[in-house]
Design a binder for this molecule. Structure first.
Ligand code: SF4
Length: 288
């Protein structure tokens, strides 16, 4: 099986991303987010391990590339805790930048700052996920990921270095983080130009974790996800009217703070004001 594959090979009708390649240097992730979706289809998910023969395989596959956009990563974080020691994502970026690929990083980690020099060699962008600016809630939802303050500082440093940054406020969970105005304001003040949002989707394992981590909130969410819910693809969604209300609220905040806004996999693309994954931010290097 190839390391580099087309993003969303199932071509879900909910996905509004234009074509791009995707690549995960690691299998699994040690950030241990309660709501993680990838854990439902990857065994031993929180036991984060590098892909087998990662570097030679990537060298072979990358030799055929011609500057395609590569999204790193969509089923794991390319900067798990172990990356600080192993440096494998950095080695992969060295290979891909040699092939002049365009790079889109998706992460929650400040380790990405180490690789600014490589990301500046090719057209690139970084999408940083911040679900909440409340440190206590973040500790429960994302126990092993860097704190919201560290992620905001990371964004600040990336913007200072002129690397385009999008922020993913994802997932939005009712009663937990559905009113992100202070976060959106902070993001805009740093100089970010794009946010992408999406609501929490239930899978059996992430629901079990959420129920254990936040039992009172899970009780309140139960009727929304198990009585009034909508089943789309392999996920259980909130009812559509509530999803629309939650996304309209964030779209309104984006407008207020002059940010582009997009929604990920909700069937609500009418609210988008930019390409959903923020790739429009990627700069032509000749203009730098
Ligand atoms: S960072 Fe992403 S891949 Fe890693 S546990 Fe959290 S949601 Fe899952």
């Amino acid at each position: 099986m190839n390391l580099l594959t087309w993003f969303d090979p199932w071509r879900s009708p909910l996905c509004t991303c234009p074509p791009k390649l995707t690549f995960n240097p690691y299998t699994g992730c040690d950030h241990k987010c309660v709501y993680c979706y990838a854990s439902s289809y990857i065994p031993h998910f929180y036991d984060c391990r590098p892909k087998k023969d990662l570097l030679p395989r990537l060298e072979r596959e990358a030799a055929k590339l011609k500057g395609e956009l590569i999204s790193i990563a969509n089923s794991s974080d390319p900067y798990p805790t172990v990356e600080a020691e192993l440096g494998l994502t950095r080695r992969c970026l060295e290979i891909l930048t040699r092939q002049n690929c365009q790079i889109q990083i998706i992460t929650k980690s400040d380790i990405v700052l180490r690789d600014i020099d490589l990301l500046r060699r090719v057209p690139s962008m970084v999408a940083v996920t911040i679900t909440t600016d409340d440190v206590e809630i973040a500790k429960i939802l994302e126990p092993n990921a860097p704190s919201p303050a560290v992620r905001l500082k990371t964004i600040e440093r990336l913007v200072e270095k002129d690397l385009p940054v999008a922020v993913r406020i994802d997932p939005i969970i009712p009663y937990i983080n559905e009113k992100p105005e202070t976060l959106v304001k902070a993001i805009a003040e740093i100089g970010v130009k794009h946010i992408t949002a999406s609501t929490y989707k239930v899978k059996a394992d992430n629901w079990q974790r959420l129920s254990l981590a936040m039992p009172k909130i899970a009780e309140k969410l139960k009727p929304l996800y198990f009585e009034k819910s909508e089943k789309l693809g392999r996920y259980t969604y909130l009812p559509k009217d509530l999803r629309l209300k939650l996304m309209e609220n964030i779209a309104g905040l984006a407008k207020k703070y002059e940010l582009k806004f997009a929604i990920c996999r909700e069937g609500l693309k009418g609210l988008n004001t930019a390409i959903c994954d923020g790739r429009w931010l990627i700069k032509d290097l000749s203009t730098w």
